[in-house]
Design a protein around this ligand. Structure first.
Ligand SMILES: *Cc1c(COP(=O)(O)O)cnc(C)c1O
Length: 342
């Protein structure tokens, strides 16, 4: 525990304690809400995809007054739109946003949101960084990110079941007056236990041991190289799919996952299934109204150059098998150039 506590501060880039919870990521999202707010509190929820919607729904389930900031799927939130809402509603207590909206592959302007919300003393910024932390720079303290959460099964390369959450001093002040009922997720009790290298409830021992190892791998790689690797893998993936004649779905593409528009004549779900069945590559389709319209290629965590090249090659073959007019090898050539760096 002692080792992992230090490692977590390192990866979160914070001096504050990062709490471990035995829960999936959505549990950390819920923990953030119950620890920081009271029923009736007004919050802004940035809704730019499936996970933004989830956070808004959770906040509503707990009786918060949620101002939905709907952003077209595939686009990043405009900081000006958040600023206008904050200026028009002086009593807003929190802003809920993803760093990367995994359902659309969008990266939001987290640093700028931090600068903005820091100007409002009664308002905190809560960032779901489940597919950003450990992939892209997330400077928790320096960027004034009051609550940052992540889960074990994305960038941290572990099975699901463990979540992590950090609270700034400003967020801790919120928690002192927050009246939502809480027990399992009580930050005060968890902090007390963790300060003694214990957990409030039975620790998820196997996952915490795994976390010590996966964070150790990341420490060995170092943060700059970790971020550079993901940047390169994402860049190669984007170049590869564009060279095949496909279009990116996201206007602000993340380095964790690349969302691609399925060619209009092909069903995106068929592409996903064919890649799995014939080439043994697991990718994922679109959700809700994007089902069949987009597919998403992951390149976070335990992933290297040849995983991306294999994926691009298999995608080219899949498109060809399904009757798309692409020239085999063009995607691989473009991706190879990015990976090779020349
Ligand atoms: C995966 C994910 C979640 C949900 O995590 P669970 O562990 O499935 O609850 C939440 N937010 C984002 C951005 C995610 O990518």
């Amino acid at each position: 525990m002692e080792k992992v506590r230090g490692q977590l501060k390192w990866i979160f880039q914070t001096k504050n304690e990062v709490l471990l919870q035995a829960s999936v990521g959505s549990g950390a999202m819920e923990s953030a809400i119950v620890n920081c707010f009271s029923a009736g509190d007004k919050v802004i929820a940035v809704k730019s995809g499936k996970f933004g919607e989830r956070w808004a729904d959770q906040a509503k389930a707990y009786g918060l007054q949620v101002l939905d900031l709907d952003v077209p799927w595939g686009e990043a939130v405009k900081v000006d739109d958040v600023e206008n809402l904050l200026a028009a509603n002086k009593d807003i207590k929190g802003v809920l946003c993803q760093a990367c909206e995994t359902s659309t592959g969008v990266y939001h302007p987290v640093e700028d949101l931090g600068k903005l919300v820091a100007k409002y003393s009664g308002c905190i910024l809560l960032i779901d960084a489940i597919t950003a932390l450990g992939i892209t720079e997330i400077k928790t303290d320096q960027w004034n990110l009051d609550v940052v959460i992540t889960g074990s099964q994305k960038a941290l390369m572990l099975p699901p079941g463990l979540s992590m959450i950090s609270f700034s001093e400003k967020a801790m002040k919120h928690s002192l007056v927050a009246k939502l009922p809480r027990y399992y997720f009580d930050v005060k009790e968890s902090l007390k236990a963790q300060g003694k290298n214990q957990t409030f409830f039975t620790p998820a021992i196997s996952l915490i041991q795994g976390l010590r190892v996966s964070l150790g791998l990341m420490e060995e790689e170092t943060l700059p190289k970790l971020f550079a690797r993901h940047r390169k893998l994402a860049g190669a993936t984007r170049a590869g799919v564009k060279a095949m004649g496909l279009e990116l779905f996201s206007q602000s593409p993340s380095d964790s996952i690349t969302a691609v528009v399925a060619p209009s004549e092909l069903d995106g779900e068929k592409i996903v299934k064919h890649l799995q069945d014939k080439y043994n590559f697991t990718i994922i389709g679109g959700q809700d109204h994007l089902k069949g319209k987009i597919f998403r290629l992951g390149h976070m965590g335990y992933c290297g150059d040849f995983d991306v090249l294999g994926m691009i090659a298999a995608l080219e073959m899949t498109l060809k098998d399904l009757g798309f007019k692409n020239e085999l090898g063009q995607g691989v050539a473009a991706a190879t150039k990015v990976l090779h760096g020349h």
